[in-house]
Ligand binder design. Structure first.
Ligand code: ADE
Length: 364
């Protein structure tokens, strides 16, 4: 059995301790039921949703998703707008597009069954090394490793890896280690135990070392470095971006547009920012400033209440879809996150209630 240079714990001991700890302390989560673990589709959906997203946020989305699209066939048959609506608010929308495209490919090329083969999985849209490792180990019981942010942190601390875990060399080292550690028996539970330890015990700040099953062998802790690792390089500073959104009202309906497919946040709806040729309106008072953080940017969006004076969006503007939306439409369409905050604000205002009845334009 492989024994690691800097401490006396073998891979077998690490596996045993982690699995015992996981059996006792794993959170009960909907994708961890016995039925879900046998269903590669459910494991796949959960792993895609969990990328860059907290467990607590994912749970209601996951449940709703499975009610709407209980299997690959249902997802493959769904309309893109329905898929986008089910994903609305989870962010990183390419995940939803890819999941949908991959479901169609699984139906077309694999008779509706997710392949239990690494290369075949990697050929599907949105499935990279991490997701393939998760599906193969958790759903198919294959000893394939995985490394995500949580696993990188646990391994970097356990073995005192000081190089940047995001660098290609750092990644190579972590994947190699993860590959040496993953056991032939219960590989899925082992991989999940590493992620679980990172999520609940070996946290980025103030790790709960007293509760860690590997504490006596953690090299970073022994050297007092556990709070300094992992080395993630320098974080880019977040940038402030000022934007505006126009609420152009016409008979209780408000003008919205759908962003072009294929671009950033493609297919999602938003309020115009003023770039709306053909429509004449009087820009009224600023009614709110909405703040929204997204991908190293802090958006400051000034929201203006506007009155429609005439005209429709010009022809050349038709590369995007335009719609005069009722309050009901605002709930039904999938909106970009920042503008959903505006809708939430509106729903608390009398104007919105007026819009619901399609009556006069009262001030907010
Ligand atoms: N993060 C991503 N996938 C996870 C899983 N299966 N368990 C715990 N955390 C996760």
């Amino acid at each position: 059995m492989r024994r690691y240079a800097y401490h006396s714990m073998t891979a077998g001991q690490i596996q045993k301790r982690l699995l015992q700890w996981f059996d006792r302390h794993a959170r009960v989560l909907p994708w961890r039921s016995a039925a879900a673990r046998r269903d590669p589709y459910r494991i796949w959906v959960s792993e895609i949703m969990l990328q860059q997203t907290q467990v607590a946020t994912v749970i209601p989305y996951y449940r709703r998703w499975l009610r709407l699209f209980p299997n690959v066939h249902a997802l493959a048959a769904a309309k893109p707008a329905a898929v986008l609506k089910a994903w609305e608010g989870l962010g990183y929308y390419s995940r939803a597009h890819n999941l949908h495209a991959a479901a169609r490919e699984v139906v077309r090329c694999h008779a509706g069954r997710l392949p239990a083969d690494r290369d075949a999985l990697l050929a599907l849209p949105g499935i990279g090394r991490y997701t393939a490792g998760a599906i193969l180990s958790i759903a198919f019981g294959q000893p394939e490793p995985l490394v995500d942010g949580n696993v990188a942190r646990v391994l970097a601390r356990l073995f005192a890896i000081r190089e940047n875990v995001k660098s290609s060399h750092g990644q190579k080292r972590l994947w190699k280690l993860a590959g040496e550690l993953v056991p032939a028996k219960r590989p899925g539970a082992f991989n999940e135990s590493l992620m679980e330890l990172g999520a609940t015990v070996c946290t980025p700040q103030n790790p709960h070392c007293g509760a860690c099953p590997l504490r006596v062998r953690c090299v970073a802790r022994r050297h007092g470095e556990h709070e300094c690792l992992p080395n993630v390089g320098r974080r880019p500073k977040s940038r402030l971006v000022r934007q505006r959104a126009l609420l152009i009202w016409r008979n209780g309906q408000v003008l919205t547009r759908r962003r072009p497919a294929g671009g950033l946040l493609g297919g999602l709806w938003e309020f115009p920012d003023g770039d709306c040729r053909g429509v004449r309106c009087r820009v009224g008072p600023r009614i709110a400033t909405v703040r929204h953080g997204v991908m190293q940017r802090r958006l400051d969006i000034e929201v203006f209440d506007c009155r429609w004076l005439g005209g429709e969006p010009a022809r050349e503007e038709r590369r995007v879809a335009w719609r005069w939306a009722t309050s009901r439409n605002l709930q039904q369409l999938a909106f970009i996150g920042a503008h959903r905050k505006i809708i939430k604000l509106l729903s608390q205002q009398s104007r919105y209630r007026a819009a619901a009845h399609l009556d006069t334009q009262k001030p907010l």
